[in-house]
Design a protein around this ligand. Structure first.
Ligand code: NAD
Ligand code: TYD
Length: 350
């Protein structure tokens, strides 16, 4: 029987991943370890909290002594490592928090797995969930391949690049069985409203300005979160140990075009006159070191493991908006308290 430690399972991607594994594999024991930072929310997992193959543990991945005791208690056979500080703007304000969780936390987990599995690595797996931002920024042409040299440019991407390097170092030095995937921007339900899409959905609902950094010409490659966790499931079970797989949607949008599409769909769904949401678009001071373009080549995953995205972007965006409109209480809960202060600090100065 597999006993799997999922870290960061109360966050955006982690909650979708946890739900998929708990419901699809009732024979696996899943432990979700999460510190419950501002980004972690057990409401995201309400529908599975009573499942007999699911346990939640509150704790910090940077606490090695605690990790040792957790490994001793549960005797994990695999780790799906999702926990991270994940927001670029916060990394610009507080880079050390990103080093602590993303670098020290990842190395602590690697260390705990290595110690616990030493002498018997057979059938074990440390799966590290990472981002395409480690590759840096593209110009108008080209794609990120698994072989693209790392060139991180924000404190967030530098910390994720560092964690990827440590995962590979543990593979080569200690033969820890590892896999890494680097995914493009995700969107979907339970996305914390500090990121572009949920922030703009929240602001449109509340008739608030939609802050677009610079001229809105930066390009991101968007993937529906359920397609991402389906890819992780595929790589976890069928990918080759020691390999890296890029995951992406072949779905590039400039920020301004994306927000215009969002505005159009939201006006229709809210029964407001066409063009009302677009009037909220406000160009604000650009992000420092703002990466121009990300675009993933996911052909290795497609050819080797037969994975392709299942949703067209307009359809995925429509499902996402519907979820937020049906879950205004969730949105209200996560945007009360500390969120207000974060929002004022981030946007009043722009
Ligand atoms: P998120 O910020 O929504 O969730 C992160 C989770 O980790 C939260 O539940 C938080 O409480 C938890 N956490 C943070 N610090 C912790 C610590 N020290 N110990 C234990 N738990 C801790 O992040 P997300 O968007 O779901 O991203 C998950 C992973 O996927 C990250 O590693 C991120 O780099 C990667 N990723 C994200 C995207 C994206 O578009 N969101 C794309 C590619 C890769
Ligand atoms: P974000 O969702 O923060 O993801 P990432 O920076 O990891 O790609 O931002 C997506 C894009 O949207 C990015 O180019 C920055 C831009 N952006 C805005 O224009 N305004 C905003 O308020 C935010 C949060 C992001």
């Amino acid at each position: 029987m597999k006993k799997i430690l999922i870290t960061g399972g109360a966050g955006f991607i982690g909650s979708h991943l946890t739900r998929l594994f708990v419901t699809k594999y009732p024979e696996y024991q899943i432990v979700n370890l999460d510190k419950l930072t501002y980004a972690g929310n057990l409401e995201n997992l309400k529908d599975i909290e009573g499942c007999s193959n699911y346990t939640f543990v509150k704790g910090d991945i940077a606490d090695l002594a605690f990790l040792h005791s957790l490994f001793n208690q549960y005797d994990f056979t695999a780790v799906l490592h999702c926990a991270a500080e994940s927001h670029v703007d916060r990394s610009i304000t507080d880079p050390l928090a990103f080093v602590t969780t993303n670098v020290v936390g990842t190395v602590s987990l690697l260390q705990a797995a290595k110690e616990h599995w030493k002498g018997n690595m057979e059938g074990k797996l440390f799966y590290h969930i990472s981002t395409d931002e480690v590759y840096g920024s593209l110009g108008a042409e080209g794609f990120f391949y698994e072989t693209t040299s790392y060139d991180p440019r924000s404190p967030y991407s530098a910390s994720k690049a560092s964690s990827d390097h440590f995962v590979r170092a543990f593979y080569h030095t200690y033969h820890l069985p590892v896999k890494i995937s680097n995914c493009s921007n995700n969107y979907g339900p339970f996305h914390f409203p500090e990121k572009l899409i949920p922030l703009c959905i929240h602001n449109i609902i509340n008739h608030k300005p939609l802050p677009i950094y610079g001229k809105g010409e930066n390009v991101r490659d968007w993937l529906y979160v359920e397609d991402h966790v389906r890819a992780i499931d595929t790589i976890f079970h069928h990918g080759r140990v020691g390999e890296t797989y890029n995951i992406g949607g072949h779905n590039e949008w400039t920020n301004i075009d994306l927000i215009r599409e969002l505005c159009k769909q939201m006006d229709a769904k809210l029964g407001r006159p066409a063009g009302s949401a677009e009037q909220l678009i406000t160009f604000v001071k650009d992000r420092a070191g703002h990466d121009l373009r990300y675009a993933i080549d996911a052909s290795k995953l497609q050819h080797e493991l037969n994975w392709t995205p299942s949703l067209q972007f307009e359809e995925g965006l429509s499902k996402t908006i519907d979820w937020y409109l049906a879950n205004t209480d969730w949105l209200k809960n996560v945007t009360s308290g500390n969120y207000q202060k974060y929002y004022e600090d981030q946007y009043n100065k722009r």
